[in-house]
Design a binder for this molecule. Structure first.
Ligand SMILES: Nc1nc2c(ncn2[C@@H]2O[C@H](COP(=O)(O)OP(=O)(O)O)[C@@H](O)[C@H]2O)c(=O)[nH]1
Ligand SMILES: [Mg+2]
Length: 708
């Protein structure tokens, strides 16, 4: 069991392909946690262990691993690089105390790098930039460093730089230690050499910058620095750790993950300088207070940052001990719904494998299984502690699709499986949309949805297909119209009789009373599907008894819900009932409902009916080079560009685009930009559908009705 100060929690983040999984593998190997180093190509790394990841040669889930390095336990969480799986990254960042932002020096700072950098600021995570692939043909460390400084600011300081990058890469100058590491051909343990004369000035300059940055945070250190012109190793450690915790320094290290050069030194730095869970700022709680990471706190508190269902095992929960010590067999309480949960088994994780342990102290990351009713984002704590760790805010979904099981009777099974995935992955949302008569799956990108389908098919054995989601059109009118309708039926004994005269108008807030009518009663109905019905009772002389008014309103509401034009809900209409007839024997609620329903339908069609469609406000972030293509594509989607301009080092395009034109936009954008653009969108308004499209939709509705 490791004490809090002997724990380091690091998360590997970076654009897809930067080398996170390879780096984690090499670090495990260096630390002796594994005896054979796997590779992404061969599909045998510790991190990418699921069949899905092996097949795709890419990380999809975050993976918890650990290595023991000089007595300290380094918990490592590898994360996927694609933005589609950002949920996995955010969960991991929440519990990590240091972020390793891996950058491929052959590509420099990429869109993904910048987005992840922003997350490290949001979560206040001390960050190290790992310049990887220094052995790559096109490696350019200096350009990568310059971009990082330019984009992330002056906290970025090179602690190392490669002597010879590219194919012949075999040496690193370390400006913190002021030595040169020279690696044997196969990588691994380097030989320490003196820094060559011609590199001395540059190395010394960096060294001084590091020492000064370390001294800056502490008055005592600053004084000593001015007195002695430098700091002792102990002072330097203290200063650098403090500077990292305050995000005032972002060290840059250089490595080659696959050739195992520089990874040992990186682990040494994590070990010596990077903060333990006790060194970082206390964790924020939901009640606005904070929680200090202290293993002797009697109020043991753990936070579940990830859950995953495994065949044979069931639910597996990954957690961080925020305070106290958790023991196997402990009874804790879920702070959200107060249910008891027994931590019957405790494990540490090595990717696919787990090792049982008896205790885990504050700050550590662990695993438990078979919790009854606790999910990602839940806190389990000693009864009465009142601790609820601040929950993770997940990003809103970016794309949606309708889903349907292939088997007719599989709907219930499919819903169950989808809800289970939603519990594991809070960036997935399942919506049973009654108005559209579809089940919608919302996610972060096409890949995210595809992987979800793959999991349902493979794990749950339910075949499902994606369908284009229907669009939630809405209907309204553009001018006023009047209609009188008589409902009359004479079948044998009792007949049915009702006659209703109404005027309908487009409704808006604060409109004047209908001219020429005497309003007796006004009702403003908020419609379940959005918008309003204003229902005015203007009967004079008792031509219809007011006891029928609610039946008449009901008839109108039925018709508005059904949608006279295309079967889409209608909204924002004022109906004034001003005349009619009733019969002392044959009139009843049903007759008036039917009469008003028909009157409304007929009036609606004469009142310049207009179909409205949901409009997204779209924001795209992209590089200069791909902006033209993205704009031309938007033009084909009936988009109205509302803004364009530089945002940081990228271009931001904002536009209003009909939802109907945005199906599979995530795939299009990915291929247009080679994965170098990001977007967000949300429905902001409803706008009139162009006449030719309205005509087509009405025709389609008529055909649909005929088929039914
Ligand atoms: N030349 C070179 N290739 C690397 C290095 N690190 C990773 N790669 C390769 O880059 C690709 C992506 O690596 P991977 O670890 O899966 O990246 P991730 O998506 O960030 O996890 C793989 O083909 C690796 O073999 C490196 O240091 N040098
Ligand atoms: Mg990976």
């Amino acid at each position: 069991m490791h004490n809090t100060t002997e724990i380091r929690n690091v998360v590997f983040m970076g654009h897809s392909g930067s080398g996170k999984t390879s780096l984690a593998e090499t670090m495990l190997f260096e630390a002796g946690a594994i005896t054979r180093k796997g590779s992404v190509e061969e599909g045998n790394t510790v991190s990418d262990f699921s069949s899905l990841e092996k097949e795709r040669r890419n990380s999809i889930f975050s993976t918890l691993m650990h290595a023991v390095w000089r007595g300290n336990k380094i918990n490592m969480i590898d994360t996927p690089g694609y933005d589609d799986f950002v949920g996995e990254v955010i969960c991991s960042l929440k519990v990590a105390d240091t972020g390793l932002l891996v950058v491929n020096t052959a590509h420099g700072v990429e869109v993904g790098t910048e987005i992840l950098w922003e997350y490290t600021r949001t979560f206040h995570t001390p960050t190290v930039i790992v310049a990887n692939q220094c052995d790559h043909d096109n490696s350019n460390f200096q350009a990568t460093l310059d971009q990082a400084v330019e984009r992330f600011g002056n906290s970025v300081i090179a602690f190392q730089y490669p002597v010879k990058e590219g194919v012949g890469f075999n040496a690193i100058i370390d400006a913190l230690r002021m030595v040169m590491y020279v690696f044997p051909d196969g990588g691994g343990k380097p030989i320490k050499q003196e820094i060559p004369q011609n590199e001395m000035t540059k190395a010394m300059e960096l060294h001084n910058a590091i020492v000064e940055a370390a001294a800056e945070n502490d008055e005592g250190l600053m004084e000593r620095f001015f007195e002695n012109g430098t700091l002792t190793e102990e002072e330097l450690t203290k200063g650098l750790r403090l500077a990292m915790v305050h995000q005032q320094i972002t060290p840059v290290f250089c490595v080659s993950a696959t050739r195992n050069m520089g990874t040992g030194r990186l682990m040494g730095f994590i070990n010596d300088i990077c903060p333990s869970p006790a060194d970082v700022k206390p964790a924020p709680l939901e009640n606005g207070k904070t929680l200090v990471c202290n293993s002797s706190d009697p109020n043991t508190t753990i936070f579940i940052y990830k859950t995953m269902t495994e065949p044979q095992v069931g639910m597996v929960s990954y957690f961080k001990v925020y305070s106290g010590t958790v023991n196997s067999g402990d009874d804790l309480v879920n702070a959200d719904h107060q249910h008891h949960e027994r931590i019957s088994q405790l494990y540490v994780s090595e990717g696919k494998n787990r090792t049982a342990v008896n205790h885990l102290k504050a700050g550590d990351l662990g695993v438990t299984v078979k919790l009854k009713d606790s999910h990602t984002n839940d806190t389990l704590s000693v009864k009465g502690s009142g601790n609820v760790v601040k929950k993770i805010d997940f990003p809103e979904s970016k794309i949606r699709t309708a889903v349907r099981p292939m088997g007719k009777n599989d709907m219930e099974k499919l819903m169950k499986a989808l809800h289970q995935i939603q519990e594991e992955d809070p960036t997935i949302k399942i919506e049973q949309n009654a108005a559209l008569k579809q089940v919608l799956l919302h996610g972060q990108g096409q890949l995210h949805l595809d992987i979800t389908r793959y999991r349902i098919e493979k794990v749950n054995g339910i075949e499902m297909e994606f369908e284009k989601p229907r669009i939630m059109y809405s209907e309204t009118i553009t001018r006023s119209a009047e209609e009188a309708y008589r409902h009359k039926k004479q079948t044998g004994g009792a007949g049915q009789f009702a006659e209703v005269h109404m005027r309908i108008e487009p409704y808006y807030e604060g409109m004047p009373d209908p001219p020429g009518l005497t309003v007796r009663n006004r009702e403003i109905e908020e419609l379940d599907w959005g918008g309003k019905l204003a229902f005015y009772w203007c009967i004079v002389g008792g031509s219809i008894d007011s006891k029928y008014s609610s039946a008449i309103k009901k008839g109108i509401l039925h018709q508005m819900e059904a949608g006279p034009l295309t079967g889409s809900h209608s909204q924002n209409i004022r109906v004034s009932i001003y005349d009619g007839k009733m019969h002392s024997v044959d009139s009843n609620d049903m007759a008036f409902m039917l009469a008003s329903s028909s009157a409304f339908k007929n009036a609606f069609k004469q009142a310049g009916p207009q179909l409205l469609e949901p409009i997204y406000e779209l924001e795209v972030l992209c590089s200069d080079q791909v902006m033209g293509d993205i704009m031309s594509d938007l033009q084909t989607r009936r988009a109205i560009i509302t803004g364009m301009g530089a945002e940081g080092h990228y271009q931001k395009i904002t536009a209003k685009v009909p939802q109907a034109e945005m199906y599979q936009y995530s795939s299009t954008l990915r291929s247009l930009s080679q994965g170098k653009a990001k977007f967000t969108r949300r429905v902001v308004e409803f706008a009139p559908v162009p006449p030719e499209i309205q005509a087509r939709l009405i025709q389609e509705h008529i055909e649909e009705l005929a088929e039914a």
